[in-house]
Design a protein. Structure first.
Length: 134
């Protein structure tokens, strides 16, 4: 169950897999996760920490381009959580950050301001994976 089910070894079949053959091979949630990992989570791993150990899990990378960084937040709880992010010794080149989320509501693409992200006004849905690309 859980990640095992979304990471099925096959690309597509009637029930499992990353693509839905009965819907023109549309991406299933795990396909978005693999695509975003391959696109944005490239570089050197950055040390991360959380105040809610085991609940909201962070993972970040520093890209070779000093202005491009990405991180992912995995909310393992059944409750939406507000998160406050700090970036010691670094500020993004832009004040708006791209947000990709995979949750029970499907795949969404949105923007968040750097101010909201660092002031604790950004929420991650329950049981979700959120990628932030800066």
């Amino acid at each position: 169950r859980g990640a095992d089910m979304t990471s099925a070894w096959n690309d597509a079949d009637g029930v499992y897999g990353k693509l839905n053959p009965s819907n023109n091979f549309a991406f299933r949630p795990s396909a978005y996760i693999f695509q975003l990992l391959n696109m944005y989570m490239r570089g050197s791993e950055v040390t991360t920490s959380t105040d809610f150990e085991g609940g909201v899990v962070p993972f970040a990378v520093r890209a070779s381009d000093p202005d491009k960084h990405s991180y992912m937040l995995i909310n393992r709880t059944s409750t939406a959580r507000f998160v406050k992010t700090t970036f010691p010794d670094w500020k993004p080149a832009h004040t708006t950050i791209t947000v990709y989320q995979i949750s029970a509501g499907g795949f969404t693409l949105s923007k968040v301001s750097y101010a909201d992200l660092t002031n604790g006004k950004f929420s991650v849905p329950d049981n979700s994976v959120t990628f932030l690309q800066m």
